[in-house]
Design a binder for this molecule. Sequence first.
Ligand SMILES: [Zn+2]
Ligand SMILES: [Zn+2]
Length: 253
Amino acid sequence: MSLAATQPNHPHRIDLFLVYNRDRNKSDGESTLRFNNENLMIDLHTHSLLSDGALLPSELVRRAYAIGYKAIGIADHADISNIDFIVPRIVKASRILTSSKIKVVPGIELTHVPPKDFPSLIKYARANGIKLVIVHGETIVEPVIPGTNACALECDIDILAHPGLITLRDAKVAVRREICLELTAKTGHSLTNGHVARVAREAKAKLILNTDAHGPKDLITRDTAMSIILGSGLTEAQAHAVFKNSSQLLKKF
Ligand SMILES: [Zn+2]
Ligand SMILES: [Zn+2]
C-alpha cells in the first residue's frame, strides 16, 4: 500500500515524511565531507530529559548539529530504578535521529550505582542495544561511593567520566582495559581536569573531552573544546591526540 493511499487527506504529513527520509538516506559528497571534517565536534556524554537533561533527544541532537557536532552520545543517568525505562527509548531515538549529518550513539551513564551492581546493569544495557557505557566517576563535587573508579574500570565500560582525584594505579588499569578517562566541560566536575590530565599522561591512559551537557547552553564548539583541553595543562599536540581518541572510540559504535 502506498503512502499516498494511506494518507490522501494529509499532504503536509506526506511532505514531511519524504523530507525526513530523503535526509536520512542521503549519502552525497556533502555528508561524506562532514564526517571527514576534523573541526567538527564529537561529544559522547550528554543527557536528555529521559534523565535530568532539559531537552528531548530530538532537540538535543538538532542543537548539537547546529553548533557543529558530527557525533553525539546520549548517555542518560541510569540505576536499577530506571534502566528498563530509558534504554529502549535512547536506543530508538538514536537510531531514528542518526542521519548523514550526525551520528547519535545510544549510551547510559551508571550514576551513584553501588559498584557490585555494575556488571548486571551493564549486561542488561548492552543486551538491549546500548553501545556506549559510561560510569559516573568519583568527582570531588558529589559524594560518589568510594571505590567507584576502581570497580568501574574492571567492568565492560567505555568511558570513566569525571574521575576526580583518580589514582595512578587506576589510570594504569584504564590503559590495560582500554577505557577512556574523561576531561569534562562541566562546571564542578572540571575542577580536577588538571589532575586527570597529569595522571593520565603519566599512565599513558587515553583521554577524551566531553561536555556532560544537560541543556543547550552546555554544548560547545570544537574551539571551546580545544581551550578546555589546553586549560587542563595539555599541549596543543596532546589536545589533538585527545580529539583523535574520541574519533577512534566513535568508530567502535
Ligand atoms: Zn556524571
Ligand atoms: Zn553525565
